[in-house]
Design a protein around this ligand. Structure first.
Ligand SMILES: Cc1cc2nc3c(=O)[nH]c(=O)nc-3n(C[C@H](O)[C@H](O)[C@H](O)COP(=O)(O)OP(=O)(O)OC[C@H]3O[C@@H](n4cnc5c(N)ncnc54)[C@H](O)[C@@H]3O)c2cc1C
Length: 390
């Protein structure tokens, strides 16, 4: 079989938020890179996930002159509410420092792809069987097969593993060189995509479990329902989804066609260190936060910015200092956000269903929430949550 051999400075594995943002930052600083994505472009640009970019992300894109990637499909402002036992809580989100905005992840990815390609970026979709070699040597190698089946080889200086939790990059590091820290919460979420406006829009805390109904567009919404770890999507037919939502919100809910339903495991995971030789892990490839915290994109963008600055320093000034400290720079920030994620996930779930942690923890969680609803800290909490619970 024929084989073509090429050369670049950085091979980026994965064209998600981290990979595409990194590619654009490097390109704009004159650093060659090639992005390898295993899925077709249409698939990546339609993949629904998160929907909100927090203040850090908005400011980061602005500072790098990339604000245009946040221009998204309009999502109606339907007034995000909190319900406890069916009672709507008064929420007054008024935080002058909050610049977070709704931008569905698939829109962000589509915009990032457009910008990267427009500026001459080398983005290769349908790159099959990516494998990484010699990552602890002088020049790492990335191999893959293109859509025609041609075997391709790229020699490079650095590899950025931006290929998500199930990608190939982290698996290229020997297990003995990585420590995995993980926590499972003991419950999951049923995640449903419905072709109907979110009405009402918000989160509901209830003894039956947590529920969320989040706008995703003028005629689309994401439904979350806390469920048991062994639940399957088949156990949640349409009628059960809508009646359970109504029960947990304690108010009528506008129902409609369900276009996707899946179980999302609630867990926190961190792999350390985040580099091995010249292979660096960014975003979900290195860590997962539970969706309740809505900080996955934040962390992916933070890693990306730290890594981009480090590569630019190395290539332009011959100074490896930032690259050498990549992992130790990112990890404290990641643990800080894991702390927030753990607190908000425990509090929001324990305040409703007492089957996991018991009545004592339920009352403690409710006291925590009451404090949030009645103190200045409420602004901060609710802007964090309304900024990210989709
Ligand atoms: C249902 C759901 C809801 C979420 N809600 C939120 C939220 O509200 N707020 C929030 O901030 N975060 C949320 N997240 C998390 C957020 O989506 C992720 O943290 C974010 O996508 C991480 O970006 P990434 O670039 O690291 O990884 P990804 O976006 O996963 O991108 C990885 C890319 O690598 C590609 N890839 C994988 N394997 C290979 C391979 N072998 N070769 C080549 N390419 C490969 C993938 O196809 C993908 O395009 C949610 C996630 C899910 C699943």
């Amino acid at each position: 079989m024929s084989e073509t051999r090429e050369d670049t400075t950085v091979v980026i594995v994965g064209a998600g938020v981290a990979g595409l943002t990194l590619g654009t930052l490097l390109l704009r600083n004159g650093i060659d890179c090639t992005v390898l994505e295993k899925h077709p472009r249409a698939y990546v640009e339609a993949r629904q996930r998160a929907g909100t970019i927090d203040t850090f992300g908005v400011r980061m894109f602005r500072e790098w002159g990339l604000e245009e990637v946040l221009a998204g499909d309009a999502v109606p402002d339907s007034g995000f509410g909190f319900y406890i036992d069916g009672e709507a809580m008064p929420v007054d989100v008024d935080d002058d420092n909050d610049e977070s905005l709704y931008c569905p992840q698939q829109v962000l990815v589509r915009n990032l792809t457009d910008v990267f390609l427009r500026e001459g970026g080398d983005l290769r979709h349908e790159a099959a069987d990516v494998s990484l070699e010699n990552v602890t040597g002088e020049r790492p190698v990335a191999r893959y097969r293109d859509a025609d089946g041609t075997a391709r080889v790229i020699d490079c200086d650095f590899i950025a593993g931006c290929d998500g939790f199930h990608g190939v990059s982290r698996r290229s590091i020997p297990a003995s060189a990585l420590t995995e820290y993980s926590h499972v919460y003991g419950f999951n979420w049923l995640s449903v995509l419905a072709a109907v406006p979110a009405n009402p829009s918000g989160m509901a805390i209830h003894s039956r479990g947590l529920a969320g109904l989040i706008p995703r567009g003028p005629r689309a919404s994401r439904v979350y329902l806390q469920c048991a770890v062994d639940d399957t999507p088949e156990q949640w037919p349409d009628e059960r989804v809508w009646s359970e939502l109504e029960a947990r919100f304690g108010t009528p809910v506008t129902s409609g066609e369900i276009v996707d339903r899946r179980i999302v495991p609630l867990r926190g995971v961190v792999f350390a260190p985040m580099s091995h030789g010249k292979l660096y892990l960014l975003g979900d490839a290195a860590h997962i936060v539970p969706p309740m915290s809505a900080k996955g994109i934040h962390l992916a963008l933070h890693d990306t910015e730290v890594f981009a600055r480090a590569v630019i320093r190395q290539v332009k000034e011959g100074d490896p200092g930032l690259l050498d400290r990549y992992s130790e720079t990112c990890l404290p920030h990641i643990w800080n956000y894991q702390a927030f994620a753990t607190w908000i996930t425990d509090t929001m779930h324990n305040a409703g269903f007492s089957g996991h942690e018991g009545e004592f923890r339920k009352e403690v969680a409710r006291a925590e929430l009451r404090r949030q609803f009645t103190s200045d800290a409420a602004n901060k909490l609710f802007s964090e949550l309304t900024a990210g619970t989709n």
